[in-house]
Write a protein that binds this ligand. Structure first.
Ligand code: BES
Ligand code: ZN
Length: 645
């Protein structure tokens, strides 16, 4: 199967990589033999052709104050107490560092809204300065390095409004008895609960002791013990070096249920059975992914099911993905989310984007792998349907976003990565990889990916390093099939390149046909045979209706298919978009319930955005938003409050 490159080309790639890292300030050292050979090319000059990109320094983290090129964090020991009354974490972080520059005298960290009580080394106070906050970057914490030793201890307290924490009252949980806390660090929120070098190019190991009320269980993105005695003190180790955005903590009334040998689920007691049943294929997904892309390197793979206010679908915290309960549909129709978070164990957690400009290396590769995993586990028909829906999301983004924001290697300077979230890094990134796959053949591309994950394992890499690697591997091996011009077009230019693969699905042809007939008045909704429709066919049917429908048409659809009461949160979302477009009043109470019970931003933001376009919608949206706000995550609040100012 691995008809793949010679060792020599791997070494050459490695050499260029080390060179590129030196230039970009990455401090990761390689133990691979380095040949003395001229570096013929880097990808950087191409990047310089893009508008404004002349000044972009690949590998420079424009979202961090940290100075890892001089002093770099290696390990953190946390000892934190979870105070639900005050809504704060407090305690200590011992930071162990390496001096990259022997002359360095200052360690610069990122913080946001932290109170620093003291900084000590070997028990002695040492000098530090907490700078003024600078917008979304937070405030720099500059610590004078101790004369001896390679660690400092920071005693600190988080703010109740920490951007990376959500504190839920018992009423906001499924069980209603106990409070719940969870963290969400990606992209730049780890700094709101730990003072550290909050840049994905810095990788650290960590240990933690977490003190909680004794009835609750704490879990982390680390080795978790399902048998841990509930006594309010929990210890964790994460022996693999990870970027800060993957540090994660959840605390609540949690139960564990195994799903397979290496997989299990943590959830509130009332959810644990339904979650384990919905995600029962996780173990098979894990095995299938390993078979193609190399060993799962993180020991166990468990899921933590969060309350519905979790602002994302999922978050790939290593060993323990955080998952929204809104995908528990009862029929496994939305489990591509699990395939996605699992796939990040390779693309993202093993090979990581060096900066947020390179996010597409995480999300594009992961989206590509997700489709592949779904095809293996659920078959080509489902794969085709999901691929078409993903492509349509991409097309919509390409129509609505500024040109700069359609570029994979996006220019994020001066912007908060949270504000630039779109399908581009996901679906355009995946389509780029699918084009390579189709050009060189699936087996060959799988062999490439296997090597790629091995080659860059536990490193954080830039887009430019990826392109250098491509030049040394696939572009050399398939010179008649692949070209650097095409690669640059995909990575540095807006839009979908002409000639890109366009997914199709036979199962959608019939949907197109009946939709057209119904819209033309040739058939009634009730006469459409939807008995065997998949959730994806429903989504395709709804997403491709015209925005303007008559009140009669809306009522007819609702009567025939009971869409307002759909229990599938994705179908309900698509339908509710039409409810807003057409101000279909019978469904407004359901829209209100939806908005106040779900905090997943991808589901609520498009609804709020559309509501804000009319006076009546705005009043309705504002009311729902104000009611929901106390239960929303800070990120969901931030993403939507602007609509109702
Ligand atoms: N890592 C992302 C979530 C993320 C990305 C948080 C960037 C902050 C900044 C996660 O893996 C993800 O992509 N979630 C998606 C899943 C979907 C594409 C299947 C989500 O939450 O919708
Ligand atoms: Zn992702």
């Amino acid at each position: 199967m691995t008809k793949f490159k010679s060792q020599k080309s791997v070494w050459l790639g490695m050499f260029i990589l080390v060179f590129a890292m030196g230039m970009s300030g990455c401090s990761k050292k390689s133990d691979t033999p380095v040949e003395t050979q001229a570096v013929e090319e880097t990808a950087a000059p191409k990047a310089a052709k893009v508008s404004k990109a002349a000044e972009i320094q690949p590998g420079e983290d424009y979202h961090s104050f940290a100075n890892p090129e001089s002093v770099v964090l290696k390990h953190i020991n946390l000892d934190l107490t979870v105070d639900f009354d005050k809504k704060v974490l407090s305690g200590t972080a011992e930071l162990q560092f390496d001096k990259v520059d022997p002359a360095a005298d200052t360690l610069v960290l990122d913080t946001r809204d932290l109170t620093i009580n003291s900084v000590t080394a070997k028990g002695q106070d040492i000098a530090y300065q907490l700078g003024e906050p600078e917008g979304h970057k937070g405030a720099a914490l500059s610590i004078t390095l101790p004369e001896q030793g390679d660690s400092v201890v920071i005693d600190y307290t988080t703010s109740p409004k920490a951007s990376g924490l959500q504190w839920l009252t018992p009423a906001q949980t499924a069980g209603k008895q106990h409070p719940f806390l969870f963290t969400q660090a990606q992209a730049t929120h780890a700094r709101s609960f730990i003072p550290l070098q909050d840049s994905p190019k810095v990788r650290i190991t960590y240990n933690a002791t977490i003190h909680t009320p004794p009835a609750l269980l704490a879990v982390m993105s680390a080795a978790n013990d399902p048998e841990a005695k509930r006594d309010g003190e929990y210890t964790f180790t994460m022996p693999q070096a990870i970027p800060s955005y993957l540090i994660a903590l959840g605390v609540g009334d949690l139960q564990f249920k195994a799903m397979g040998e290496r997989t299990g689920v943590y959830a509130e007691p009332s959810m644990v059975e339904s979650a384990a049943a919905e995600f029962a294929d996780t173990e098979s997904m894990l095995i299938a992914t390993e078979k193609r892309y190399g060993p799962y390197r993180w020991d166990r793979y468990d899921l933590l099911i969060l309350p519905p206010s979790f602002p994302f679908g999922g978050m790939e915290n290593p060993r323990l993905s955080f998952i929204t309960p809104t995908v528990i549909a009862g029929d496994k129709s939305l489990v591509s989310l699990i395939a996605h978070e699992l796939a990040h164990s390779w693309s993202g957690n093993t090979v990581t984007n060096a900066t947020w400009r390179d996010l597409w290396l995480n999300e594009g590769f992961t989206t590509y792998l997700t489709y592949r995993i779904m095809e293996i586990i659920y078959g080509t028909e489902r794969f085709d349907q999901e691929a078409v829906l993903g492509y349509q999301d991409l097309e919509e983004n390409v129509q609505s976003l500024d040109k700069n924001d359609q570029i994979l290697a996006i220019d994020l300077r001066g912007r908060d990565p949270d504000d630039v979230f779109s399908n581009i890094p996901y679906e355009k990134g995946a389509l780029f990889l699918r084009e390579i796959e189709q050009t060189i053949g699936r087996e060959n591309f799988d062999a490439f990916l296997l090597q790629y994950f091995q080659h860059f394992a536990f490193q954080s890499i830039t887009t430019d390093q990826f392109i250098v690697y491509l030049k040394q591997t696939l572009l050399k091996e398939y010179p008649e099939k692949l070209s650097i011009e095409r690669v640059n077009q995909w990575v540095f230019e807006p839009g979908i390149p002409e000639g890109a693969p366009k997914p199709t699905s036979n199962a959608f042809d019939v949907v197109d046909e009946v939709r057209a007939k119904w819209l033309a008045g040739e058939i009634s909704a009730a006469s459409i045979d939807t008995q065997s429709w998949t959730v994806h066919q429903w989504l395709y049917f709804l997403n491709n209706l015209p925005n303007t429908l008559s009140a009669d048409q809306m009522a007819e659809l609702d009567k025939a298919f009971n869409l307002t009461e759909s229990k599938n949160n994705e179908i309900a979302h698509s339908w509710l978009m039409h409810v807003v477009y057409n101000w279909y009043e019978p469904a407004l109470p359901r829209l209100h319930r939806y908005l106040v019970s779900i905090g997943r931003n991808k589901l609520v933001k498009p609804l709020y955005k559309e509501l804000a376009k009319t006076d009546a919608g705005k009043a309705f949206g504002k009311k729902a938003f104000e009611e929901a706000k106390p239960g929303y995550h800070p990120l969901t609040v931030k993403a939507n409050e602007g609509f109702f100012k």
